[in-house]
Write a new protein. Sequence first.
Lengths: 396, 268
Amino acid sequence: MSNSNPSGDSGDTAWQEYLTGGSRGAHGQSAGHQADPSASASTSSGEPEGPSAPRRVIGTPSPATSRTMLPQAGHHGPQRPPRELPPGPEDPIKAKKAERIVATLFILAFLAGLGFIASYEIFGAGSLTKVLRSNLALGGTLSLSLLALAAGATIWVRNVMPTVELTEQRHLLASDPKDKEEFKETWEEGTDASQFVKRPILRRTLIAATIPLGVAPIILLRDTGPLPGKSLEHTVWRNGLRLLVYGTNRPITPAEFASPGSIISVVPEGFQNDDDALAKAATVIIKFRPGQMVFTTENHPVPNKVVENWTVENIVAYSKICTHVGCPAALYEQTTHHILCPCHQSTFDAAQGARVLFGPATRPLPQLPIGVDSQGFLIATGDFPVPVGPSYWERS
Amino acid sequence: MSWITARRRHPAAGIAIIALVLLLMGAGYAVVTNGGTATAAPPAASNAAQIAQGRSLFEESCSSCHGNFAQGTSQAPTLIGVGAAAVDFQVSTGRMPGQEQTAENVRGPAHFSQAQIAALAAYIQSIGGGPPVPSAAQVNPAAGSYGPGQQLFVANCAACHNFVGAGGALTYGKSAPALTASTPRQIYEAMLTGPEAMPVFNDLTITPQEKRNIIAYVTQVRSQSNPGGFSLGRVGPVTEGLVAFLGLLLFLVLAALWITAKHGKAHE
């Protein structure tokens, strides 16, 4: 019973008929004889009557071999006894019920798949609301379709297919010694025939031909560059650039920014729409009451320096970019004069040169030196003295 | 006619006429300066009766912490110079009078009527000036444009209040409140006066029109639909990720259990 499969076993025929009968049922032709539990359990009187050969369903093995789970392994490995399928599902009524559920799930998957196509047509894109609705409908229908398919397949396997325990042997991963020996022979034969050793000009030109190809991927690494160079160490701020209120692009005077406890985001004039520049140059200005700010050498970002003339009328400017990983640090509590970063809760004291009070940031927010121009508007008097943004290893 | 003729030489007539004229001038000045304010806005500080009412309310409900003359005590800051806008914000949001000493006062039902709040505001305005209560036209969201408003909101407000005004945590038990229940007037007053830990955005830094734009954004974003059906507090990707992670992970575990569960008895 190993390679030739006799086709007249009683139990096998029943199972085979169940398979083909079931598939007929799914095609909507007939589910009659198979709904009767006694029929599928005890039809053992030889071949089915109707078609001369059992109908073969697409995707199933040919009827002659459908009785065993797996074809025999051929001449490789030891011969194993053939495994035979049980005559049918343990509980045909339950199987029938499961079959209906599976069919329903597959129909659901079909409809949801159609729904996916339909929602693509119906919702479209073009506005925020449309995109939101479209995403929801596309994701919802696709998930429903895939879930229904998966659930149907699972129920099919669990409740319709017979329960069989399969055991498969693992094989050694190493090659057969005989195979190894054969490979060695072939290799040596090839070496001899090619005269690789005897003809150095061929050997050397071949090696030369492959070298550029080997180097090519390393050259492509250049695409990750260019190296930042000094660009991380400076921003577009320079002496004389006005501070514009971000969003309104208006310059601002100390007299306008006069309420203690104020904070506002500012951008350098001329760069208000330059996102590349603003990524480093974003700045906040904060107004204090007289005497609130404390600048000492130990609190100041620049070692051994007291540079109180950086502030104008108790207005101080700090980089808005957190020195930890570069989030916009702009939560400002005017009562405690703490600047918080929303990402990792780094806390800076705005009244003390933005020194770090808490959190993962390790250095103060850089302070922008500011002054007033001839028309009374706030200006920068230079760039940030230290690099803004996340700290990095080469930071000076 | 005879009624006036009979009394115009009365000794009190002169005083009565002066009082009447003063009252009319005061009322007229109030109408002119407020530019047709809504009824909710308190009348001008010249209304002596209102100030007197405000003063007595202040002495009853506020003076124990803020001092008999609003000069401030160790418990609470001075209110001289905070202006009517600050009073209207604090009292109309129910934050004042404070019930207990906590990290901050939270929003709740107001303890005073509109008229009483207006009287308190008029009293505080009369003793030290400060930003007045904005008019209805000043805070009308319909007069603002929420596109520019969003830009200002995201740059200056969203760090604390979240990008749709859902609020967020601050330090030491404080938090930036959600803006979902704030009235346009309260939003304006909060920007103007900087209550509690909030910074100040005066009218010269963020102009009244820009404030209207911000109000338009804050009120408009509330009506934005949640196409997924759940807003999840609208606090952003953290909750969404958490729900997806915990919810879907549980689903996947259960599905794996279901698929691999043994059922029935394996045949020999």
